[in-house]
Structure formats: C-alpha cells, structure tokens
Design a protein around this ligand. Structure first.
Ligand SMILES: NC(=O)c1ccc[n+]([C@@H]2O[C@H](COP(=O)([O-])OP(=O)(O)OC[C@H]3O[C@@H](n4cnc5c(N)ncnc54)[C@H](O)[C@@H]3O)[C@@H](O)[C@H]2O)c1
Length: 433
C-alpha cells in the first residue's frame, strides 16, 4: 500500500484545513473527532486565537466539538503556512467572492495553492472545497502543484469536493450530507475517498473534477433560478391582486412534480447570489450566454428595490410619505436564525429607504451592530415598541420574532416573508411582497 494511503487508513496522517470559516471550522472538528491530528491554517489571527482556545465562533459548531480535541493537542490552529510542510492532507476552504465587475475573484484559491506549492513534498493529497467554476482544479491547482516535479496521481493527489454545508440546518451536518468528489486522476479519487470515508457517511464519486465543480453550480443555480421564478410570481400575483404565498402553499400540496420555493426581499449569503455567476462568467469566456442565470440574477437583485416600492405604496395608503418616516427593518441576517449578514438584501433596502428620506433603524437579535456596506448602526433593543415606527419591514423572519406583539403594536408591516400569516389582528396594515 502506498505510504499516504497507509497513513490515512491508520489515522496517522496530519490534516491541515486552509480557511477555518463557515466551511473549514466544521471540517476541522470532524477530522479531529475522527482521530486525525488536525490543524486549521488561517490568515485571520482572531479565528486562530479562538480555535487554539477551544472556542467556537460559528453557531453550527458547538465549543464542545472543539475544546476536548484542543486540550488533547489533536487540534490546533496557526497563521503560519509553514505547517503545510508537515501536512499529509490539505483541504482548501477559502472564499470565492466576486470582484467589482461580478467576475470570479480567484485570489484566495491562488494564494492558498501557492502556499501549498511552497511547502509541497511527496505523498500529499490536496482537496479543494471552495465553490468555483468548472475547470478550476485542472487549470489552477494542477499546474501549480505539478510545476516543481510533483507527479499527479503518484506523488501529489488532487481532488475537489464542493462543500454543501447549510448554516442553521439542524438535521444535515457535515457527516450526514452526501459529498460529491472528483479526482484529477482515478488514483487521486481513491486517495481523497479514503480520507473522507473517515468523516462522511456517504461519498458520491464523479468521473472528473469538472463534473464535481459543475454539480455544485447546478445545485446553487437551481435555487437561484427557482427563487427568481417565485419572486417574479410574487410580483405578477400582486398585479393580479392575488397573495403569492397562498398560491405557492396551495401548489405545494401537489404530492409530485412540484417543489416549493418562496419569494423574499432578495438573495443573500455567500453562495446563492454569487456561485451561479461563476458559471455564467466561465461560459462567457466560451461565447455562450447563460440566460437563465442572468435573468434570475436580474430579478433577484431587483427585489430590494421592489420592497422599497412596496413600503412606499403602503405608507402612501396611510397618507404618509417615505420622507421623514421612521422605518424599522426587522432582521438583517441573510436568512432566519443565523447571524451571517454577508450579501444581505437588508443593506440595499436600508439604502433605498434612506435615499427616499426615511429614518431607518434595525432590530436583529443575532446582529447587535452593523458596520458593513455603508451601514454603521447599532441594532435597537428587541423590546422596543413597534408602534414607535411608521412602518416595520420584515426582512428576516427569525423564529424568536414576537409575531403577536408585532401585529398588535405596529402601525404598518411590510411582511416580505409572510411571517404574520397565522397571526390574528388587523390585516389591513399588513402588506405582503
Ligand atoms: N458559508 C456557506 O454556507 C458555504 C456553503 C457551501 C460552500 N461554501 C463555499 O466555501 C468556501 C468558503 O466559504 P466560507 O463561508 O467558509 O468562507 P469564510 O469567509 O467564512 O472563511 C474563509 C476563511 O479563509 C481564510 N483565508 C482566506 N484566504 C486564506 C489563505 N490564503 N490562507 C489561509 N486562510 C485564508 C479567511 O481568513 C477566512 O477565515 C467558499 O468558496 C464558499 O462559496 C460556503
């Protein structure tokens, strides 16, 4: 048996995870739990400090999943890439954002790969987990890691397994979410599978790295396009005087051939607004226009402006102008029950309302203060009387939101999530999407 496979089988392989954020932190916890010596490598000294103190900073990873392994010195973290010299397995979980022109920003993957190349040695497996366009593994990782004589499938093993983590999901975690895996060669797939078998219930091998990359983009494009569709259904239904949420809930009773998606104030988070654009960018380089993706992006990114318009209509119905009105945004996180506000549509809604002259505050039990995207505010206390505002716009319907109190106290609610559907009260003051 090759030495690397032997080390993986006997759990004597040292696993280094580059990037210990939302994706990387659950992964280090799983590898340490499985019995591997595990190190998180991150540029962010605060994350490194917290992990070395055995403290979690991601809601889905309890501190109890980290601290015991830190105490036994099985798990640690560092900012020093030299740790890669001792690594047998390296898993790359760095960000893949868009740049200002909405093209892929590959800086983080490139920098991480260059760090690995600097400390590369024989018998190393490198697995990319970041979401990226089809071709990244063969076009970026393989050349950089075979440049100095590394032989693919013999001395270096390269694979991609795009992460599927769903923050806040209580049922599906790293272990029980099947993982798609593509190897740069059949040998690469064997070695990467051997490693993941220790931490996953089910691996789904595919025939190439490009296939694995495309699977992830299909999954996220599927969501973006379906959300785009229901957002348009919402706007069309309103024009027809129909409640779109009622339509979708009724359609969802069909036991086959329909899967419900719900409209909302716009996409948020690190994945759905961004990943499909990695695919459309790649296709543009091949003179092909990804029409569904671009249409969905245009509808979804127009939703915050639609919410601003709905708010303005709602105030108008009460003979009020947006200018001078006090408006509360309930929920700035991009989805319910999480604290992550990256790409949240709340920012565009706040800016849109402020541009029309409103005084905007926000309340979010998970986000005490904001200093992002031109919004610098401290959230107002969760017990504040909703009646002190001219309108409350529900952007994120956290489970802890006191719906009854909101219905009772608010003068006007723009309910983009249909959060008040089962709450008794004066429905004339509730405006849906
Ligand atoms: N967050 C999700 O729900 C989710 C789900 C599936 C896939 N993904 C994908 O996973 C990847 C990572 O996302 P995330 O949400 O974990 O990001 P994140 O920002 O939470 O974490 C990334 C970490 O990488 C670190 N980093 C960046 N460059 C580095 C380098 N060169 N060396 C060491 N550390 C470096 C950053 O400091 C940060 O801590 C992205 O491609 C994302 O699209 C994310």
């Amino acid at each position: 048996m090759r030495p690397l496979l032997n080390k993986i089988e006997t759990k004597t392989a040292h696993v280094v995870v580059i990037g210990i954020g939302y994706v990387g932190l659950p992964l280090v916890a799983e590898f340490a739990r499985a019995g591997f010596r595990t190190t998180g490598l991150d540029k962010d000294p605060e994350k490194v400090r917290l992990l070395n103190a055995g403290e979690s900073y991601i809601a889905d990873v309890p501190t109890s999943d980290l601290a015991p392994h830190v105490q036994t010195k099985r798990l640690d973290a560092t900012t020093d890439a030299a740790v890669l010299a001792q690594a047998d397995a390296v898993i790359v979980c760095v960000p893949t954002p868009l740049n200002k022109t909405k093209d892929p920003d590959m800086r983080f993957i490139v920098a991480a790969t260059e760090d690995i190349a600097r400390y590369q040695h024989d018998e190393m497996v490198v697995i990319l987990e970041s979401t990226t366009y089809p071709g990244t593994t063969t076009e970026v990782l393989v050349p950089k890691l075979t440049d100095k004589g590394g032989v693919l499938g013999r001395s270096v093993f390269i694979a991609i397994s795009p992460e599927r983590v769903d923050p806040g999901n209580e049922v599906f975690k790293t272990r029980n979410t099947p993982k798609v895996l593509g190897g740069a060669t059949p040998e690469c797939l064997i070695v990467a599978s051997a490693l993941y078998t220790h931490i996953l219930d089910k691996i789904v091998p595919v025939s190439s790295t490009e296939t694995a990359e495309m699977v992830k983009l299909l999954e996220n494009t599927f969501r973006a396009v379906n959300i785009g569709l229901v957002n348009e259904i919402a706007m069309m239904s309103r024009k027809l005087g129909i409640d779109p949420f009622e339509v979708i809930r009724a359609a969802a009773t069909k036991p086959f051939g329909f899967m419900p998606f719900y409209p909302g104030p716009g996409l948020g988070g690190h994945c759905i607004p961004i990943d499909p654009l990695y695919l459309s960018w790649k296709l543009r380089t091949l003179q092909y226009q990804a029409r569904f993706i671009e249409l969905a992006d245009s509808i979804n990114s127009g939703m915050p402006a639609y919410v601003v318009d709905r708010t303005s209509e709602a105030l108008n119905d009460q003979s009020k102008a947006v200018r001078g009105s006090k408006i509360l945004i309930y929920g700035v996180a991009y989805k319910r029950d999480v604290s992550d506000f990256r790409e949240s549509p709340a920012f565009a809604i706040i800016h849109g309302l402020e541009k029309r002259g409103a005084h905007v505050s926000y309340m979010d039990p998970y986000v005490p203060s904001l200093n992002e995207d031109g919004v610098e505010q401290t959230g107002i206390d969760a017990s504040t009387d909703f009646g002190t505002f001219d309108a409350v716009v529900v952007v994120t319907d956290h489970a802890v939101m006191d719906r009854k109190r909101l219905m009772r106290q608010a003068k006007l609610v723009v309910d983009t999530r249909d959060a008040l559907r089962d709450i008794d009260g004066d429905r004339n003051k509730v405006y849906g999407l």
